[in-house]
Structure formats: structure tokens, C-alpha cells
Design a protein around this ligand. Sequence first.
Ligand code: XMP
Length: 512
Amino acid sequence: MEQIVILDFGSQYTQVIARRIRECKVYCAIVPCQTPAAEIARLRPKGLILSGGPASVYAPRAPLPDAGIFTLGAPVLGICYGLQLLAQFLEGKVEPGTKREYGKGQLTVKDPACPLFKGVPETSQVWNSHGDQLTRLPKGFKAVAVTENSRYAAVEHRGRKMYGLQFHPEVVHTPSGREILANFVHGICGCGGEWTMRHFIDQAVDDIRSQVGPEKVILGLSGGVDSSVAAALLHKALGDQLTCIFVNNGLLRAREAETVQEVFGRHFKIHLVYEDASRKFLQRLKGVTDPERKRKIIGTTFIEVFQDATHEVGQPQFLAQGTLYPDIIESIPIAGNPAAKIKSHHNVGGLPKKMKLKLVEPLKCLFKDEVRQLGLELGLPKEMVYRQPFPGPGLAVRILGEVTASRLEILRNADWVVIEEMKKSGWYYKIWQSFAVLLPVRSVGVMGDERTYDYTIALRVVDSQDGMTADWVKLPYELLETMSNRIINEVKGVNRVCLDISSKPPATIEWE
Ligand code: XMP
């Protein structure tokens, strides 16, 4: 199979480069930067990409590639640190820049005949992130593009098919970046572009089998997109070696437990352990109103129930998780970053260590939209693959104050109306999240001739790219009216519906 090999020098964008290559429908492998040239040669790469990295090429312990890679004959593209390595190995010169160049810059193409810039406008925006700079070109190279701060923003040795970019073509802030990478992959390396998600599945199945061998694997199924796709993929690779554990914590939405049993148990015929622990969760949540305590109780109870359920599986050696690439990046602890906390809870971080299991994470190089594509390819229903995000602690974070069975019932019914109406109107799949929140206040109303004293539901409908910031969605009045009427008429215990019109920040998406 035609492939591009990316040598990873530790950039946080290495996987983004891989993603861009996949978008060109070309297979790519990421290998550690010091992989011996002979081993890389065995992969018969059509081209090599040297990623960026946090080090400085002249630092004492800078990661360096095997010099043999430059004589393999495959075209080479060095990105940022990768460019500086090219210079270092081919006798150019790299020096610390006078100031760190970070952020947007304007690229001007000096040689439009350079195959890297085919179809790229003469000037375009690029994104930089580097301290060191190339100050002397290696022999035989010439500059083919510049930015305000760099005479050597892009360099070329056309004869040897070697290229270097000072900026990052892989990030979205370099709008022509996709074009540039596509030019490298197709135009310069001559890759066709027949690789598809089907091929990804074949490769992933092989990888999973060789990692797991004959051992048993367990996977916590939440019904969310990531764990569902991971389950379907692992099942394809491992069949009966996989057991999925689905814990009903009593905080699920209407019909959720049934759907999971239907899809995974009956349709895919996956070994499914269904643990109905609703009573245990509810008992422990009795009288608890503090949001953080609620989360803690739910987290520890989940681990306990999950651990008990694994006893039914025999002796599993592996725990599978639907970790995605952005999860890995976000879980790198950054002081004060609340995302890290959310993810650690969500992915029940302590679980593998506590249970002495090895991890299988077959989705960890994929982005969310790729996971969705994969899910469809594996035959998961569209409703599951395009499901809106739902927090691990479930409806508990959408009931303010104490979580009780009767409040759960009210919220579940109101939530069902919201889901139904959002889907019916076509809005459900256009936005990030839409849900109901149960407020712990009751107010007076009239129904028929009777006075009521019932709860208030808040509607929360937001749009977002990644959940970090969000805007409230301006739904049509008619749709809001239908949802409000239906909730008040159909959900016993509610006599008022409000609309949340706050953005994040300063508000959060969930109310808690
Ligand atoms: P907030 O409320 O912090 O939510 O603005 C941001 C996004 O994260 C989801 N969320 C969670 N997801 N476990 C999860 O898996 C959690 O504990 C959790 N808390 C919030 C929330 O639904 C939104 O999409």
C-alpha cells in the first residue's frame, strides 16, 4: 500500500498532519523520530514528513533522525523543527530567532513554479510557532516563499525533492495548508489517493489482534459515540473475546438502556453485561445537593459497579477505551484548565491502574468527525453516530439540588419532548446540544380551574465547536412554543418553561 511516513519529533500537531494526509485519501504511518532508516525503508514510503517538535536542533539532547533517511530517495518535507533538521543535516544554519514567532503571518510565494504551491494564492495567511530560525540555506536549496519575519519560510531542493516549511501547514489557521500538503503527497510523492475508512478498519483490526492476542477485553459502554464506535470496531477484531459492560446508573435519558441493548446485544450480538445499578446510585445520592459531591459519588459508584461486573467476565487482561486524539491533548494537565477535570472523570482515569489492566485505545489517532465516519462504516445507526454529547454523570448534572426518582422522571419526560421536537424540526443535528434542566424552584400556575405549584424547566440549546466556548441558539419562536406547550401539557409536575440565553463563558453549558 502506498504510504507516507511521518517522523514524530514530539509536536502536538503530529496527529493533525496525519489527519490531513488521510483527508488526501493516502495512508500514513507515524513512527518515532529515531526509527532506524533501514526500518523506515522496509515501509517503502512514497514520502517522508519530519514533524515539528518542542526542542531546539542545537540543544544537547535534541531528538535527531537517523541520517540515512535523507538518502532513501523518498521526497522529504520538513515542517518547522523538521525544516531546521534538514538544515542541520545538510549543512545549513539554524540560530535562535531574535524573538519567538508565534501566531499569524503572511506568506508570499516567490516561486509559483514550485510544485508545493500549485494552486496556492500568491499571498495567504500562515501560522507560525517557532523560536529558532534558518539563517543559511543548505547547499542546493533555494527559498521559494517568505513571510514578514522570515526569508526562508519555504525552501526547496527540487532535484532531491526536499522541501521545508517554517510555518505549520497542518493547522486550520493556515488556510492554504491542505493544498500545500496535498501538493506534496500527490504532486511530489506521486500518491494516488484510494485509501478509505475501509482500509483504516482493516489496519485497526490487525493492530488490535496483534496487541491483544488471545486475551479477553472489557469495554465500558456508555451509549455515547466514542465508546459505541470503539465497541463495534473491537467486536469486528475480537468477536467473543470482547465483553461490553453497560452500567445503568439510573441517570440516563429515556430509552437509552433499551437502545444500547438493542443495538449491541441483539443487532451486533456483542457479549453485553447489563448492570442495572439505578437503586444503588439513587440511594447514595439521597440528600446530596452539592454538585461536586454528586459527581464524586457517581464516579466512585461507577467504578465499584464496573469492577464488580468484570468478575462475570473471567480474567480480562485489557480494558478498552474510546479515547480520541483530542482527549489525549486535552488531558495533558494544564493548571486551571477545567477540561482536564471533565475528561478525567469521563474516561474514569483511575480505572485501568486500579484494575491492573492494560489499555486498548483503537480510536486514539482519530478526530470526532472521523470517528463518526468510522461508526457509519461499521454499521452503527445514524442516530447513535450523530448523537449530541451527554455528560457521564447524566441527568444528575441537569437536576439542580437533590436527585430523586420523581425529579428524574420529570426531567426525563421533559428531555424526551425536547429531543423529539428538535429531531422533528431538523435542528437536533445542526447544533451542539439541546436539553432540559430541572430547576429546584416551584411556582404558582393554573391548569383548568386548579391552582398548581410545580417545577420550572429551563431549555438549554447551544452551539459550539468543541464545548469550550458556546453560544445560545436562536431557535424559531414556533419551535420554542411547541416545546414549551408540550412540556407543560404532557409532563406532570411542570408548569413553567424558561429559555437559557447565556453564552459560555461566563456561563457553562450544563447548569449542575
Ligand atoms: P460545561 O458544562 O463545562 O460542559 O460547559 C462542556 C461540555 O462537556 C460536557 N460535560 C461532560 N462530559 N463528563 C462528560 O463526559 C462530564 O462530567 C461532563 N460535564 C460536562 C457538557 O455536556 C458539554 O458538552
